[in-house]
Design a protein around this ligand. Structure first.
Ligand code: ADP
Ligand code: MG
Length: 308
């Protein structure tokens, strides 16, 4: 549905996007996650046909964006970073203007505006000047504008930045809702947002993709080994674990319970072995759980490694 191959963009001496290749399937929601200056906006502007790459190819729905930017734009709804809106216009006028630019008039326009107003929940503010609206509503108007021509693809650049916490929650919900019908690429520098909204996360740093995958795949990738916490009342279990080839990276005693943090070099699931070992030695395990690495750690690790 969206395909980038070896895409490069330079601004003078700066290589903003440095050989990005990416495939996005129809209906997929992909989160571009990366620190400021990583190249997210530049990549999105090339996908939407507003910037021409210095090298590489960009295709949307089988259309070469560089050769046929107008045809590609018909398939794409774009919410740019800091969503530029005309303050004096009302949302109605702004949407009408957006529709006209896409040659949508008359009955078709009435159908489309009804649909997008309903989807984005801007009915109550449709006749008020945009300048008077809250940032949350402005973002909804921006989304309505991006949706007016019913595109297959939505490109949303930092859609929740600058919003207050409750607005963030409602815009995320709206995006989640919209993403059921569309192929979406959104950018964010917030890990939790990428994790919450995306099927696939693409971590970008210094113009390059440093990792991509489903949120839980990325977590696995960063860890490589398994970390298991074990709680028991029996101190001797520590020696038993050590004798059986496990590493204990931490142990602590709370009241009369011991917590051992166990790892193993192998990538296999060690919980079963620990359980069998406890049973064989008649050690009662009170608790055992696998540590989950947060995507935040993955993100920090990957972006740090790349920047050395
Ligand atoms: N129009 C431009 N002119 C010069 N440099 C730019 C321009 N747009 C972006 N850059 C530079 O390209 C790099 C990537 O920027 P950008 O794509 O905006 O990153 P992000 O959206 O991830 O924060 C940055 O170093 C930025 O300063
Ligand atoms: Mg940006």
């Amino acid at each position: 549905m969206i395909q980038l191959s070896g895409v490069v963009k330079r601004f003078g001496n700066i290589v903003a996007v440095d050989g990005v290749s990416l495939f996005v399937k129809p209906g997929e929601v992909v989160g571009f996650l990366g620190p400021n200056g990583a190249g997210k906006t530049t990549t999105m502007r090339m996908i939407t046909g507003y910037l021409v790459p210095d090298a590489g190819r960009v295709e949307v729905g089988g259309i070469d964006v560089v050769r046929y930017p107008e045809a590609a734009k018909r398939k794409i709804g774009y919410l740019p970073e800091d969503n530029p809106l005309y303050e004096e216009m009302t949302p109605y006028e702004y949407l009408e203007y957006g529709a006209q630019m896409r040659y949508i008039f008359g009955e078709e326009f009435r159908k489309r505006i009804k649909d997008v107003v309903e989807k984005t929940g801007i009915g109550d503010v449709i006749a008020r000047p945009i300048g008077e609206l809250s940032k949350g509503y402005r973002q909804r108007v921006g989304l309505a504008h991006a949706l007016i021509h019913d595109p297959d693809v939505l490109i949303l650049d930092e859609p929740t930045s600058g919003l207050d916490p409750s607005q963030i929650v409602s815009i995320r919900e709206l995006i989640k809702e919209l993403s059921r019908e569309k192929t979406v690429i959104l950018s964010t520098h917030i890990m939790q947002e990428a994790q919450h909204l995306s099927d696939k996360i693409v971590i970008i740093n210094k113009g390059k993709i440093v990792a991509e995958g489903a949120p839980d795949e990325l977590e696995k990738l960063a860890r490589g080994e398994m970390i298991v916490h074990v709680i028991t009342k029996e101190e001797k279990f520590k020696d038993i674990l050590l004798k059986n080839g496990f590493n204990i990276i931490e142990s602590r005693k709370v009241d009369n319970e011991y917590e051992f943090v166990v790892t193993s070099q192998s990538k296999e699931d060690i919980r079963e072995k620990i359980f069998q070992l406890a049973r064989k030695n008649k050690v009662v395990l009170l608790e055992m759980w696998k540590e989950r690495i947060s995507l935040e750690e993955v993100f920090l690790k990957l972006t740090k490694e790349e920047s050395v």
